[in-house]
Write a protein of this length. Structure first.
Lengths: 390, 159
């Protein structure tokens, strides 16, 4: 008999499965045809046709082989132009960039390249579920810093300073933030930079939602004086171009670090999917309009949902980025998990309990508004009914 | 002709209550019927009819004749699908006569439309020729006349 507990790495066994997935599975097993999911953080748009067509064309022409490890040279050049055009970020496409399998791979190889046994990584929470487990798999120790609703869920300089120890190696900066919708503006970033300036701490800036910033323009910490040399920027195609299933992202940063990360990417991944890379070239060249169109649409829904949530009596901070609402459900006296379980079974609407996104998320739920207005309207009607019944 | 659909096509903002009264049916019947129309994709949407020339937004519409070589098995459908999925394409019809597809597209400028034709449309495999006609002025669409007719003197008349 195999004793799998003995076989499996304790490190892997120690990490918990994603709390988002659990609710998604619950929803799939429900015997109903009127279920609405505000659970999964994925655009409801289909990838714009001209981008899909570029992928189809690449297949028709038989471009089915590996690309170079770091990604198609054409794509990297286009990404460099895009980053400069949209965010004034300057990266050498041949030396400072790797095209990855989604932003997630970028995060993974960055952490693995930097973190060694016992190193501490500061992770502001609530935030996307992957950072802690990836740090743990690398042997590091995630140090969670709770951002607060009263600070609009921004990471403050004081909070950062208090979390730094001699073992701190890396700060993860996930803004615009999933699940809170918080953003960091130039002044916030400058204050954080002040804390980091005389340290040897690297920053991993996860800017996957950069294009989805409302009423302002995203600023990268790499553009704050003295921060460029200590920052890795992760971005990708999933959210801005509705390309989640293509699994394509990229990471940029100082050459000595990118060079080491490329080794991990080489051995573990080889290269990002070729078809996706060809489609992405088209996205970079001719996709600015698509981004604008989708972003405008999300903004309508953002305002609509915020109004409805507040109208229903829930306290909710106005999100400035990404496509999530993070209302407080503390007034109901329920835990996030109870609230979501009952909302799902009684009203067939899936939302994610805030505590799935780390400490500090309890008392909140995440609702993704990348769903049709009709769906959102129906979900909000059910929410109102649900809250009245409590 | 279905009376409810005809009424909605004229003005989709009439309330179910109003429609029910006019058709001598109950509000619930009307609501259910509309829901069915939507579900079965008989009603595709409820857009407003806009005369953009009266706004500050620059807009150019072109009607493009497209000749294509039908493909084995799929006929015209596969190429049509590759065309209508572009965001810029407003309508697409299969035609009888001298050409095969009629495409209308709207852009911000002549250049933008021309760019779409030569960079997107003309290069699709199976497209053998295009002819672009720019629309200079719209007089009537969906039974609505664009120019407001001169108003008649208001009369209060008892007969």
């Amino acid at each position: 008999m195999m004793d799998y507990d003995q076989v499996l790495s304790p490190r892997v066994q120690a990490i918990a499965p994603s709390g988002i997935r659990k609710f998604f599975d619950l929803l799939e097993n429900m015997d109903t045809d009127d279920a609405i999911s505000l659970g999964v953080g994925e655009p409801d748009f289909v990838t714009p046709w001209h981008i899909r067509d570029a992928g189809v064309y690449a297949l028709e022409k038989g471009f089915t082989k590996y690309t170079s490890n770091a990604g198609l040279a054409d794509l990297r050049r286009e990404i460099a132009k895009y980053l400069f055009r949209r965010f004034e970020l300057q990266y050498d496409p041949m030396k400072q960039m790797i095209v990855t399998v989604g932003g997630s791979e970028g995060i993974d190889i960055a952490v693995r390249a930097i973190v060694s046994e016992g190193d501490e990584v500061i992770v502001p929470v609530p935030s996307f579920v992957c950072y802690g487990p990836i740090v743990q798999l690398a042997g590091g120790v995630p140090v969670y810093v709770e951002t607060r609703a009263e600070n609009e869920f921004r990471l403050t300089a004081d909070e950062l300073r208090a979390a730094i120890t001699p073992r701190t190696k890396l700060l993860i900066l996930p803004f615009p933030n999933n699940p809170t919708g918080a953003i960091l503006e130039r002044a916030d970033l400058e204050a954080l930079a002040e804390v980091l300036r005389d340290t040897n701490i690297m920053v991993l800036s996860d800017e996957i939602y950069a294009e989805l910033t409302y009423g302002g323009h995203h600023v990268s910490i790499a553009n704050i004086p003295d921060m460029y040399d200590r920052t890795l920027v992760v971005n990708g195609f999933s959210k801005a171009y509705a390309m989640t299933g293509w699994r394509l992202g990229y990471v940029c940063g100082p050459q000595p670090i990118i060079k080491q990360m490329l080794k991990i990417h080489q051995y573990a991944i080889m290269c990002a999917p070729t078809t996706s890379q060809y489609a992405a070239v088209e996205a970079m060249r001719d996709g600015d309009n698509d981004i604008a169109m989708m972003c405008r649409d999300y903004d309508y829904r953002r305002r609509f949902l915020l109004d409805k949530l507040r109208g229903a009596g829930l306290e909710c901070f106005e999100p400035r980025g990404a496509f999530y609402m993070f209302p407080s459900i503390k007034s109901t006296g329920m835990t996030s998990a109870d609230f979501c379980a009952r909302f799902l079974t009684e009203e067939h609407v899936a939302a994610i309990p805030g505590n799935a996104f780390g400490p500090g998320g309890e008392g909140f739920v995440r609702m993704c508004y990348a769903s049709s207005l009709a769906n959102l309207a129906e979900a909000m009607e059910r929410l109102e009914r649900f809250l009245k019944r409590l | 002709m279905d009376e409810l659909l005809t009424l909605l096509e004229k003005d989709c903002r009439q309330t179910p209550q109003q429609l029910a009264t006019m058709l001598g049916r109950t509000e619930q019947e009307i609501t259910d019927e509309i829901a069915r129309f939507e579900k079965e994709h008989i009603i595709l949407g409820y857009p407003a009819l806009v005369d953009w020339t009266k706004t500050d937004d620059e807009m150019v519409t072109a009607l493009i004749e497209v000749r294509i070589a039908p493909q084995r098995g799929d006929g015209f459908d596969r190429i049509a699908e590759r065309i209508y999925q572009y965001e810029e394409v407003e309508s697409l019809y299969l035609m009888s006569g001298a050409y095969d597809l009629a495409v209308t597209i709207t852009g911000k400028s002549l250049r933008e439309v021309a760019e779409f034709v030569h960079a997107r449309l003309a290069i699709i495999e199976g497209v053998t020729g295009t002819a672009t006609h720019f629309i200079l002025k719209k007089y009537k669409e969906k039974h609505h006349v664009f120019e407001k007719l001169p108003e008649q003197e208001e009369r209060l008349l008892f007969v």
